[in-house]
Design a protein around this ligand. Structure first.
Ligand code: AMP
Ligand code: GLY
Length: 421
């Protein structure tokens, strides 16, 4: 089978890597890919949002199945277009992907489906938003209603921080609508469900680290590391989450004529106090794709056939696959370039990847990398690499990951040292 993977991050590198070692896959193409993906797939320079060109690519190359990584391709309508041309594709339609691309829509669906979530208000006028926030006071969470790569959310814990949040929201983010939520305390877990419109299969739960710096300090990022399976929830809690936080969304979306197929990623806040679990668990958000960096930690543990899963999602396979996982734990550590997540440096040479790849049980996935004119590997802005370690427990998996991370050099790199601790 020939497969196309759409995207260019470490998530897509992990998907390509996992597909490339499947005995059912004869050829992997990735668009637009990156320098690391080029080692396990044919990389074609077509942007993830150039959906017509991607369709032409699939038709030309006789590709049997397409797997979509990033939300921007979903929002550009890639799934609708491919399906209209009879091409198998694993991902949600544009209308179903609204669960991620509009926070206000997601909230409305959650309420209709009876999913436990933080209470909220939606504002379109800056004046009303300001009045509301100052009246309510901190803590509150302000979210731009649109895709912002994890950077449109402001957790305001002190009233003095409101002003800078307003300036960002109505300045660079050009927010037309802002969702204001009750602040929830706890630990975060990402539960991702493979869905085929009617039914769902839980992937191994993971958690990621959204803040830039150790001890969850600094600005929100796309994610600086992950652990799978997450020790933060039990098997019984995952079942509760499936029943209360994922299955009702499938029912609700189907009722609205927009059945959800693809990966439904529930970002959850889990109370620290075990006596408040599972009833105190709340959905923070949905994403309509695999998480990055959760995907890297999840896929290195997947031992069952990945094409069966993607085909089932795409609706070209009826039999529900049974997923199996390596017993080891995985820890993924992200290496971001200087300045991330604000102004990011590009073009800095990356040294030591080959050595890092020799660390037993370590795997290096590329995100924003490219080759410079001398053929040297350089950073291309933002999150640059994801380094995954496998071990018998979280501690040993993080030791493997950091051993490999420490063999890599990149000027001014940003790395959290507390992933998995
Ligand atoms: P979101 O994109 O909605 O997941 O928000 C990004 C991050 O902001 C989350 O991963 C949380 O760390 C934080 N966050 C979002 N909503 C809340 C909330 N209601 N209470 C506390 N933290 C939140
Ligand atoms: N790791 C968070 C995300 O993929 O949105």
């Amino acid at each position: 089978m020939k497969v196309l993977v759409v995207g260019s991050g470490a998530r897509e590198h992990a998907i390509c890597w996992r597909l490339a070692i499947s005995k059912h896959v004869s050829h992997v193409t990735c668009a637009p890919g990156n320098a690391g993906i080029a080692t396990c797939a044919e990389v074609v320079p077509v942007a993830a949002t150039a959906v017509n060109e991607l369709l032409a690519l699939v038709q030309e190359k006789g590709i049997d199945l397409t797997v979509v990584g990033p939300e921007v391709a979903l929002e550009a309508g890639i799934v609708d277009l491919f399906q209209a041309h009879g091409k198998a594709i694993a991902g949600p339609s544009k209308a179903a992907a609204l669960l991620e691309s509009s926070k206000a829509f997601a909230k409305e669906v959650m309420v209709a489906a009876g999913v436990p979530t933080a209470s909220y208000e939606v504002f379109t006028a800056e004046r009303e938003l300001r009045d509301y926030c100052h009246k309510k006071g901190a803590p509150l969470v302000l979210k731009a209603d649109g895709l912002a790569s994890g950077k449109g959310v402001f957790v305001v814990t002190d009233a003095t921080e409101f002003e800078s949040a307003f300036q960002q929201l109505f300045g660079p983010l050009h927010a037309e609508r802002v969702v204001v939520e009750e602040f929830l305390d706890g630990v975060e877990v990402s539960c991702i469900f493979a869905c085929n419109g009617r039914d769902l299969i839980p992937l191994a739960p993971a958690h990621d680290y959204k803040r830039l710096r150790d001890n969850d300090e600094g600005p929100n990022t796309g994610g600086m590391g992950s652990v799978c399976p997450s020790p933060r929830i039990s098997g019984a809690e995952l079942e509760w989450i499936q029943e209360r936080c994922a299955a009702p969304i499938l029912t609700e979306m189907a009722k609205r004529g927009n059945p959800f197929s693809g990966f439904l990623y529930a970002g959850l806040m889990v109370p620290r106090d075990p006596s408040r679990r599972p009833e105190g668990i709340r959905v923070l958000e949905y994403n309509t794709r695999l998480g990055d960096p959760e995907c890297q930690a999840i896929l290195v543990r997947l031992t069952s056939e990945p094409t069966e899963l993607f085909q089932w999602i795409a609706g070209v396979r009826n039999e529900k696959p049974t997923l199996s996982w390596r017993k080891e734990v995985s820890t993924c550590v992200v290496i971001a370039s200087d300045g991330y997540p604000e102004g990011v440096a590009k073009g800095d040479e990356i040294v030591g990847i080959d050595l890092a790849g020799l660390v037993p049980d370590a795997i290096v996935f590329h995100a924003s990398t490219s080759a410079n004119e001398k053929g040297r590997l350089v950073s291309n802005g933002g999150r640059t690499l994801s380094v995954v370690g496998l071990g018998n427990d979280v501690e040993s998996s993080r030791r493997v990951a950091y051993k490999a991370v420490d063999l890599i050099q990149l000027r001014g790199r940003r790395v959290r040292r507390d992933i998995g601790s």
